[in-house]
Design a binder for this molecule. Structure first.
Ligand code: FAD
Length: 391
């Protein structure tokens, strides 16, 4: 098996087909040679490197699951693995792809009409058009299933949107944003494709984040934004349809979290082998080995969970609770792992140049987005007990 990651201790990569492994190696090469060298500087300046979009599209990262756009026949296991590979080098790039591919394209693919799919998916997959996904609001995060305040009022063949959105990734530069709003007619959540030049649509960058700084998150204000009926996602009829999109993206965020843990672990392992204290490399100390081995245990268990949750998707057997458990579990393990890896570096663990600090910080955002640990726990709790404990 060529180029196995040293952190892939149980050779999980062998679960991928030969063409999938080749594609993973090409992505790894791109991430190492083109993204790793710029990742810390982009993070530090809180700037998104637009130059990565085209190569990522050429590598087939955008639109991989859908027949209109995919480069080659591939599995959910492969697509999850690519999220891990990106997260291992730069969680912000993995997040960009997750928003473009999973949230924006996913909404159109899962809830759009055949005409909407044909219009939008190919250009999004080529990276010619950038997408975003606007669900969260200033007063509605975890309870977006029932708490959305953004409204959509139908007037003939036009919908009028009013409200506000918060945290919307890519939205400062996105050409099209999927806005989820409550229909004032039937009270159901519906999806609308809002293009950036629409009068009344204003997106403002959220400044001074301490995690995923490279990702451009925006506050959005919608004032009497007019959207034609042809730009309403034709098969999004209630929040249930929005949740279908989230089920798919949550499983990929679970993989992404493993990548972040791996990125921190590999940097900590390399550091421990060269950093000497008391006349010997710190890697020779039992207590340091304990931190490294516990980290590897978390990574290994997390990959196993992710592999199975993606296999369930490939078999058409994945439910919301499956991806919720994966997301809750791997992000919690990631958060422990980046803390242990930070500890291995001592003071250098909080400086970008030593390779762990960025993962340590980024883990906090991944832990909370796409459903916090508590929300995903409650989704699983409902599935196993039959009792909904959200409110
Ligand atoms: P709240 O919902 O206010 O939760 C605060 C805390 O209370 C959490 O710990 C939560 O678990 C806990 N809590 C809430 N209710 C309960 C309960 N019933 N029981 C127990 N605990 C509870 N959103 C988008 O729509 N599009 C995006 O592209 C996007 N990108 C994001 C990128 C980043 C970097 C971040 C940080 C967020 C992004 N989000 C996006 C929003 C994200 O999905 C929300 O932050 C997340 O759902 C949590 O919502 P909240 O921040 O409003 O927290």
């Amino acid at each position: 098996m060529p180029n196995l990651l040293e952190s892939d201790f149980y050779f999980f990569q062998e679960a991928l087909s030969a063409p999938e492994q080749e594609a993973v190696l090409a992505l790894r090469e791109y991430m190492e040679t083109s993204v790793r060298p710029i990742a810390d500087a982009c993070w530090s300046r809180a700037e998104f490197p637009m130059e990565v979009v085209k190569p990522l599209a050429e590598l087939g990262l955008l639109g991989a699951p859908w027949p209109e756009t995919r480069h080659f026949e591939n599995t959910a296991v492969y697509r999850g693995w690519t999220a891990m590979e990106m997260g291992r080098v730069d969680a912000s790039i993995a997040t960009f792809v997750g928003v473009q591919n999973g949230l924006a394209m996913g909404s159109i693919a899962e809830t759009g009409s055949p005409e909407q799919r044909a219009e939008w998916l190919p250009q999004l997959s080529r990276g010619e058009v950038i997408g975003a996904f606007g669900l969260t609001e200033p007063f509605s995060g975890s309870d977006s299933a029932r708490g959305l305040r953004t409204t959509a009022e139908r007037r003939g063949d036009t919908w009028v949107l009013n409200g506000a959105k918060r945290w919307i990734g890519n939205a400062t530069f996105a050409d099209v944003v999927v806005i989820w709003a409550k229909d004032t007619g039937d009270g159901q959540v519906k999806g609308f494709l809002v293009t950036k030049d629409t009068p009344g649509f204003v997106a403002t960058k959220i400044e001074d984040k301490v995690a995923l700084r490279t990702v451009q998150n925006a506050d959005i204000v919608l004032t009497d934004v007019e959207v034609p009926e042809s730009r309403r996602l034709q098969n999004a009829n209630s929040f249930r349809d929005t949740a279908t999109v989230l089920r798919l993206t949550r499983a990929e965020v679970a993989w992404q979290a493993v990548g972040v843990a791996i990125g921190a672990y590999e940097a900590a392992l390399a550091y421990a082998k060269t950093r000497e204290q008391f006349g010997k490399p710190i890697a020779s100390r039992q207590l340091v080995q304990d931190l490294l081995v516990r980290s590897l245990g978390n990574i290994t268990a997390s990959i196993a969970i992710c592999l199975q949750v993606s296999k369930l998707l490939d078999q058409g057997r994945q439910h919301d609770a499956h991806s919720a458990l994966a997301k809750a579990y791997t992000t919690a393990r990631m958060r422990e792992t980046v803390g242990w890896c930070r500890e291995v570096l001592g003071g250098n663990g909080i400086v970008l140049e030593h390779g762990v600090a960025r993962f340590f910080a980024d883990a906090e955002a991944i832990y909370s987005y796409e459903g916090t640990r508590e929300m995903n726990t409650l989704i699983v709790g409902r599935a196993i007990t039959g009792f909904a404990a959200f409110a």
